[in-house]
Design a protein around this ligand. Sequence first.
Ligand code: ADP
Length: 276
Amino acid sequence: VLVLIAVFYNIWKIFRNEQEIIDYSNSAEQYAQLKSKFLAGMSHEIRTPLNSVIGFSEQLSLEELPPHQKEQVAAIRKSSEMILDLVNEILDFSKYETGKMNFESAPFMLNQAITEVYQTMSIHAMKKGIELEISSSVDDNVCAEGDKVRLKQVLMNLTGNAIKFTRQGKVTIQAKVETALPNDFILKITVIDTGIGIEKADLPHVFDEFSQVAEAQKATRHKGTGLGLAICKKIIELQGGNITVTSAPGQGSAFSFELPLKQLAEGTCSTESAIN
Ligand code: ADP
């Protein structure tokens, strides 16, 4: 309770400070800045105590506990992780809005990045009884230069959505590279699912911020922010790529993105960069 009071007190302080600085007679742009600053501040304040809750529930789960208490600790951890995901999405989004999102550029093994996402998401798919398949024609030795973390974030998001909105069947991650210039290539990834699909009228809006398809919400009782795809779109477009979707209601969807990356000579990716 004390932690919660402290969090809300800090959020209130942030809001008060912003109110003092901003003159409300000013433009919509300033209002948007205020909103973003407030969201960023709020997200920071919530993240710190939330990480303690997750850390302590992790420790507790290792203790000898009666089965019903084990379940309760697992529920605390799962819910806290869900809130952390939502808060991180809001924080990420406010970074984009205020132009504070930077991209790293470092060498990394391309196929390894894709495989890491596949391995993480396989666990989620398995829990739901969905088959997760990977079909990559990218050579294992391909060494790329770009932002591996952001690439994995986009792929994780698309694959996570595909699993979320599929009741049965399978999700496939297809990956290939196309040469663009002597030292550049374009990575093309498509995530295909056999899920609930998206109505034609809703398709143009799925990449809009805070947009969620009403039918999907009813079908999955899923609670999200509606920010995931908007963030993916920004990550890809800010790096000179594009992201698209095709879908048939009741049959499934296919989300594709093309991302330009620098191609490095084989062997440039050190073992260390291959691990990170
Ligand atoms: P969130 O997952 O937080 O709701 P997203 O931006 O990731 O937000 O997705 C926006 C909406 O697009 C989802 O709420 C859902 O209605 C729809 N959507 C996204 N991916 C899929 C998919 N693979 N199949 C069906 N609907 C999808």
